[in-house]
Ligand binder design. Structure first.
Ligand SMILES: C[S@@+](CC[C@H](N)C(=O)[O-])C[C@H]1O[C@@H](n2cnc3c(N)ncnc32)[C@H](O)[C@@H]1O
Length: 216
């Protein structure tokens, strides 16, 4: 059982050294994590969402199933992920992020080069980034950014099947929309040497503002 913590950095530091850590960005009501967590009791699974009521539902879903390895944090993912130690994350999951379809709103999309750089730096070598959307142009935008990133490469590895448990995936399957998903993998750089897979000292950097954990 992980101790009660307030920030993402504390949470990651609290897991046993060497145990995996995966982060879902925009976890909504937690359907993906609830399906994914069953076979991954050794993995710290963190869901992040902006909306408090969704975070509550997601945490309740995990708690009801006895998934003490699932923790939901409320806040803006673009800020919270900066609190993660370098080379500490085994996978980022981003499924059906808000597409902001109007051209004047596209700058609000989560998947920007700036956020990709933060995620790439937090991935351990060999760590994965899964991205799925029903919006073709968002898929292309995300894939191009990954292709341009020097430390990431596109991979043929499929996304986890549990992605089809998410509310939005279920809706799009019913509507017979095309869902496009890609996986990217972080190449092995030298700058992870000695990073001790994110098991940072408990008195490491100060917590990021605005991180709130959701319990029950
Ligand atoms: C379209 S929903 C998809 C939810 C879930 N991934 C699914 O597939 O059912 C997008 C989710 O991302 C959340 N979200 C949007 N922007 C966010 C941000 N900057 N940080 C964290 N969550 C965000 C929204 O609150 C919403 O729950």
């Amino acid at each position: 059982m992980l101790p009660a913590v307030e920030t993402l950095r504390d949470l990651v530091a609290s897991r046993p050294v060497g145990s995996p850590c995966e982060v879902e960005i925009g976890c909504g009501n937690g359907h993906f994590l609830a399906a994914y967590a069953a076979d991954r009791r050794d993995t710290l699974l963190v869901g992040i969402d902006l909306k408090a009521h969704r975070c509550r539902r997601a945490q309740e879903k995990a708690d009801k199933r006895g998934f003490s390895h699932v923790h939901i944090l409320q806040g803006a993912a673009e800020w919270l992920i900066r609190d993660l130690p370098p080379c500490s994350v085994d996978a980022f999951h981003i499924y059906f992020p808000d597409p902001w379809p109007r051209s004047r709103h596209r700058k609000r999309r989560f998947f920007t080069m700036e956020n990709l750089e933060v995620m790439a730096e937090r991935l351990r070598p060999g760590g994965r980034l899964h991205f799925g959307t029903d919006f073709f142009d968002y898929y292309v935008q995300a894939k191009v950014l990954v292709a341009l990133h020097p430390q990431l490469r596109l991979s043929a590895e499929p996304a986890p099947e549990a992605v089809l448990s998410s509310i939005f995936a279920q809706r799009f399957v019913e509507e017979e929309k095309t869902i496009r998903i890609f996986t990217a993998v972080r190449a092995a750089p030298s700058d992870c040497t000695g990073a001790a897979d994110g098991a940072v000292p408990a008195d490491g950097a100060p917590p990021a503002d605005g991180a709130a954990s959701v319990s029950g």
